[in-house]
Design a protein around this ligand. Structure first.
Ligand code: PMP
Length: 444
């Protein structure tokens, strides 16, 4: 039966008040503030397996997994032991160590890239990969897709929403900055196209391809909610190379999650550069970018494209990442388990919403899932524009019911949830019990 409503959040609220006095908005990353769903965010005290414990002592079934890294579940023994072992040998050297070599050997072996450089976040990975692409091609422009998120570097903080200016054909994108502080001149170097629109991409490249250094994309989108690429769109992505443009797959979210070879491996894509974050650091701050040796050799000190980091290749972070990848590699059945759990979750949510008369459209691939509150067949939402039709107020009400029932869903309609290897039968049935009640509440 569903757990009792979690009434008192006094400790979380007190911490949020204190935090707001010393930190902008009380959080160190915006979505944590629960702005789009309302209410006060839960402050987390500890995390084990599939569960978080908040400051008031409530146990929450976690579907965020730190926004992706915790694929093995929280506090996995192999990761904890690897980090403890590294900790006993000091926390940072500012000089190379064996951990970096071992993680780089593992990443190159698993993914097929020839060289990899470690940084400290996904943002750094995409920012550095783009500088590399510009340095290697001696071109200025980049192309990104509407609704794709690649971190908060200036040139990537462009939204193709109301700021998008289109030409007569309606498919050549020039985006305005989506954040204050990003100069328009800078954003003008970022061209925006629509995800899953191969005609628009071909047209943009036909006109501007000769000046485009790179096309960066999420091979499966998580940041507009989950969007799955169509085969025709993937073919158009591959064609951008006919213009001498580099193809950059942003696998920060999908890397080592959708398969050991990421989304690109799953989809048979062969990008020039790949960016990673999240799982590659096993819950510690790591990002990485890699690719063919002839491209990566432009990076300093080998080549002229500068990129550096005081804490890059940090021994604790390398140990956590390596331990995580080793478990994933040694236990391939984990991916089967993740797939089966998430497929059952998708089916269960669809059925529960239907029974309650709540419009819902589920997109799911591997252990990533978004349940959009709108009346469309499952799997039919393909673009940012499609996703944006969702009823965010209905989602917010559903989210609050889930949270009150002890299930911590992603606090935005336009995010993926992340299932971990620690999610089992008990978690699945508990989630569906709480979800069923939450849809009935909405349907009333
Ligand atoms: N790229 C993608 C696809 C992401 O999902 C994210 C973060 N959610 C980033 C880049 C940025 O990573 P970070 O938050 O580690 O800077």
């Amino acid at each position: 039966s569903p757990p009792a409503t979690q009434a008192s959040t006094a400790q979380s609220q007190a911490l949020f008040s204190r935090a707001q006095r010393v930190t902008p908005g009380g959080v160190n990353s915006p979505v944590r503030a629960f702005k789009s769903v309302g209410g006060s965010p839960r402050f987390i005290r500890e995390a084990h397996g599939a569960y978080l414990t908040d400051a008031d002592g409530h146990r929450l079934l976690d579907y965020i997994g730190s926004w992706g890294p915790m694929i093995l579940g929280h506090d996995h023994p192999a990761v904890r032991e690897a980090v403890a072992d590294a900790l006993s040998r000091g926390t940072s050297y500012g000089a190379p160590g064996e951990g970096e070599v071992r993680l780089a050997e593992t990443v190159t072996r698993l993914t097929g890239v020839e060289r990899v450089r470690f940084v400290n976040s996904g943002t750094e990975a995409t920012m550095s990969a783009l500088r590399l692409a510009r340095g290697a091609t001696a071109r200025k422009f980049i192309v990104k897709f509407r609704g794709n998120y690649h971190g908060h570097a200036d040139g990537l903080l462009v939204e193709a929403g109301s700021g998008l200016m289109t030409n007569a054909e309606g498919h050549l994108g020039r985006a305005a900055p989506s954040s204050a502080g990003v100069p328009e001149e800078y954003a003008a170097l970022t061209l925006v196209s629509e995800y899953n629109d191969p005609v628009a991409l071909d047209a943009l490249m036909a006109e501007r391809g000769h000046e485009v250094a790179a096309v960066i994309f999420e091979p499966v989108v998580g940041n507009a909610g989950v969007l799955i690429p169509t085969p025709n769109f993937l073919a158009a992505l591959h064609r951008v190379r006919e213009h001498g443009t580099l193809l950059i797959a942003d696998e920060v979210m999908t890397g080592f999650r959708l398969s050991l070879r990421g989304a690109t491996g799953l989809l048979g894509l062969t990008p020039d550069l790949i960016c990673w974050g999240k799982i590659i650091g096993g819950g510690l701050p790591v990002g990485a970018y890699g690719g063919r040796a002839d491209v990566m050799n432009y990076v300093s000190p080998q080549g002229p494209v500068y990129q550096a980091g005081t804490l890059s290749g940090n021994p604790l972070a390398m140990a956590a990442g390596l331990a995580t990848l080793q478990v994933l590699e040694n236990e391939p059945a984990l991916y089967v388990k993740l797939e089966s759990y998430t497929a059952q979750l998708a089916g269960g949510l669809s059925a529960a919403a239907r029974e309650a008369g709540v419009p819902l459209s589920v997109n799911r691939v591997g252990s990533m899932l978004t349940a959009f509150h709108q009346d469309a067949p499952d799997g039919s939402i393909r673009t940012y524009t499609d996703a944006a039709r969702s009823d965010t107020a209905a989602f917010a009400r559903w989210f609050q019911q889930m949270l009150a029932g002890g299930v911590y869903w992603a606090p935005s309609q336009f995010e993926s949830i992340f299932v971990s290897a620690a999610h089992g039968e008990a978690e699945l049935s508990r989630t569906l019990d709480v979800a069923r009640a939450a849809y009935l509440h909405l349907g009333r």
